[in-house]
Design a protein around this ligand. Structure first.
Ligand code: FES
Ligand SMILES: [Fe+2]
Length: 425
């Protein structure tokens, strides 16, 4: 290390030297400063989002035709995903090779090529520079130096891969092939839900006022659904007294939580607990809101699958959705939802999926509570950087548990992966 680098490290020590974790290698007490520290947030952009991970980018189905493009983000970095005229997929940073302006401004488009509006540098759909305006000057004067070579300039590419219609991108050469990254169990469950001709039924996004990791925790927190989401409990969509379990990936970064609605039996412990919505005797005036059909033979009627760092695959009743979340600042996150159907659905089945989409999302009957509760945690913790959470429901380790979801095992799994990638171990 040079003297200069050593001085920078002294002035700006990395998070793992600066943030004190309550227990060495522990995953049951999470320091609150991790959710509000600006330096940690910036380090995550490099070590996580630009690190050895596959970031979800978009669906192949969103860019089906040659010339289709879609803009998105990897962490805070703006990214373009394109399908070139030969049908090949590409991803590149949305940052002009001239002076860094955004090149694509729309969320989706169809273009012959990509032209930056600032000085008209023009790129092909793989991001390679093809031409620039006034290269030879104007009326014989000005222009680029004689040794200027368009082939030496391009939009910074990302490595990409596709699995079951989902396109992922990475900045790192160290990222493993996607099947290895996910592991056999995770990729088999993705296949169950997504390996079919997908159709986008609708999409929306919401800004939530919390650090991105609080959402990553929240979707792995299997035991809050029965308590916070009163609609699920009251109308028996998903409760802890249904059979279900948690499966963690071998490296613990990703998880699956699942339940089987048809196995519901009222548990005495559950009914006597202080879970008010479990005692509701009401019924829905419009039961068609959650009308569903048995789509799979495994009996699973609700599942949440996460792929580290930013992807969630939801299957509730028949509501199949992709959620992905983008950090917008240390205490701000944008959560995107894509509701999906199967191209072979009957009109009635598609109608059921659309009706069920009322359960989740910013204005939904259930998921609005998550946006709200995460901001409560952000607000509750930001002035207590030296305190920590207590995450011991279901034990202190991060292991699969196929007999109960009254556990925080997958939350601990997230922190295991996070500590590892951020160098906290
Ligand atoms: S910044 Fe894009 S052409 Fe100048
Ligand atoms: Fe929730």
């Amino acid at each position: 290390m040079s003297t200069c680098e050593a001085t920078i490290q002294q002035l700006f020590p990395p998070a793992h030297d600066r943030i004190s974790w309550p227990e060495k290698s522990g995953i049951t007490k999470i320091p609150y400063s991790i959710f509000s520290d600006r330096g940690v947030y910036e380090e995550e952009q490099e070590k996580i989002f630009k690190g050895p991970v596959w970031n979800y980018l978009c669906l192949e189905e969103e860019i089906p035709a040659p010339g289709d493009i879609r803009t998105t983000w990897v962490g805070e970095t703006p990214v373009i995903v394109s399908r070139d005229h030969d049908g090949k997929l590409h991803a590149m940073v949305n940052r002009c090779a001239h002076k860094g302006a955004l090149v694509c401004l729309k969320e989706s488009d169809n273009r012959k090529s990509l032209t930056c509006i600032y000085h008209a540098w023009n790129y092909d759909l793989s991001g390679q520079l093809k031409s620039i305006a006034f290269e030879k000057g104007v009326v014989g004067k000005g222009g680029m130096p004689p040794n200027f070579d368009v082939s030496q300039h391009r939009l910074q590419p990302l490595r990409i891969t596709s699995l079951y219609g989902l396109i992922f991108g990475t900045f790192s050469e160290a990222t493993k092939p996607i099947e290895e990254y996910l592991g056999q169990k995770m990729s088999a469950f993705m296949k169950r839900n997504l390996d079919r001709p997908l159709k986008v039924l609708g999409k929306h996004s919401q800004v939530i006022h919390n650090n991105w990791k609080l959402y990553a925790e929240n979707v792995r927190d299997s035991y809050h659904a029965t308590l916070l989401h009163t609609f699920y409990t009251a109308f028996k969509v998903n409760r802890l007294d249904m059979d279900g379990g948690i499966i963690l990936a071998d490296d613990k970064w990703h998880h699956i939580s699942y339940s089987k609605r048809n196995t519901h039996k009222l548990d005495e412990e559950y009914s006597s607990a202080d879970v008010h919505s479990a005692k509701y005797k009401s019924s829905l005036a419009a039961p068609e809101l959650i009308a569903s059909w048995e789509e799979f033979e495994d009996g699973i009627t609700h599942s949440i699958q996460t792929v580290f760092p930013n992807l969630v695959i939801q299957y509730t009743l028949n509501s199949l959705a992709i959620r992905y979340f983008v950090p917008r600042g240390v205490d701000k996150t944008e959560l995107f939802w894509l509701f999906l159907g199967d191209k072979s659905d009957t009109d009635e089945q598609e109608h059921m999926r659309v009706m069920q989409s009322n359960l989740t999302g910013a204005a939904g009957l259930v998921a609005l509570e998550d946006g709200c509760i995460n901001s409560f945690v952000q607000r509750g913790t930001k002035t207590s950087p030296n305190e920590s959470s207590f995450v011991e429901m279901g034990g202190t380790v991060a292991e699969s548990n196929e007999s109960s979801r009254a556990t925080e095992t997958s939350v601990r799994g997230f922190w295991y992966g996070y500590r590892n990638i951020m160098g906290f171990n």
